[in-house]
Design a protein around this ligand. Structure first.
Ligand code: HEC
Ligand code: HEC
Length: 186
């Protein structure tokens, strides 16, 4: 009985020693491999930036410069209707739409823009195309395909475009063309 107990104790001791060795090897191995991968990054300025940001680094963060996100730009809410770039453009929204319910149960936009309420609201009425189904048939109410206004009409913000827009509207194209070869009639 004593003999068995002793061998068990010895075995247990051996086992835990082996475990200890494995753990130690693993523990020392991790910092080594980490040091190997982060050392060159820490030397670059951007590497310092990532570290200085105090955020946990993520894979691929090497070489990135951390920039604070700019504040969310303000909505344009000056109530001035904008010129359209072409006749079929859905006009942009010049007023606040914050908190306007627009779902299956309620359409806040139509409480001002539908024909029957424009007298009170002085909002421009949705045009006749909003009453047409896809076959051009004019319906008695706003067509389901024009129900979710913000599919097409969007508010504007004061954000500056990242890329300059070189769009020219039809009038300037025609004006430019008439000065040269006489338009498209040749
Ligand atoms: C409280 C009334 C009211 C509500 C609600 C409202 N609008 Fe307006 N909307 C107006 C008025 C008035 C104008 C005219 C310009 C101005 O005063 O802002 C306008 C202008 C517009 C214009 C510009 C039209 C043009 O010809 O340039 C669009 C587009 C528009 N609204 C879309 C919407 C959408 C989409 C919603 C819902 C998310 C909405 N509006 C909700 C009152 C309202
Ligand atoms: C599928 C796209 C689409 C949807 C959805 C839509 N519109 Fe329009 N809207 C347009 C286009 C395109 C124009 C300009 C040409 C026209 O009148 O059809 C326009 C024009 C307007 C105008 C200006 C009308 C005028 O005569 O100056 C108002 C106001 C407007 N929409 C409000 C709304 C409201 C409110 C809704 C939601 C009930 C809505 N729109 C849904 C595309 C859309």
């Amino acid at each position: 009985m004593k003999q068995i107990l002793r061998t068990t104790i010895v075995r247990a001791a051996l086992l835990s020693a082996a475990l200890l060795v494995t753990t130690l090897t693993a523990l020392t191995a991790i910092p080594q491999s980490q040091a190997g991968s982060t050392a060159p990054v820490a030397e670059t300025a951007s590497g310092r930036d990532v570290a200085a940001s105090g955020r946990p680094a993520f894979t691929g963060a090497e070489g990135l410069t951390v920039q604070e996100a700019p504040p969310i730009p303000k909505d344009v809410t000056d109530d001035r209707r904008r010129q359209r770039n072409y006749p079929e453009q859905p006009p942009v929204i010049p007023h606040s739409v914050a908190g306007y319910q627009l779902d299956l149960n309620a359409n806040k936009c139509l409480t001002c823009h539908s024909r029957e309420f424009t007298g009170d609201s002085q909002a421009p009425m949705v045009s006749v195309t909003h009453f047409q189904d896809r076959d051009g048939q004019v319906l008695g109410a706003v067509s389901p395909r024009r129900y979710f206004c913000m599919q097409c009409h969007v508010p504007q913000t004061e954000a500056q475009p990242r890329v300059q827009n070189t769009f020219k509207d039809m009038d300037s194209v025609i004006r430019q063309g008439s000065g040269t070869s006489g338009g498209g009639n040749n």
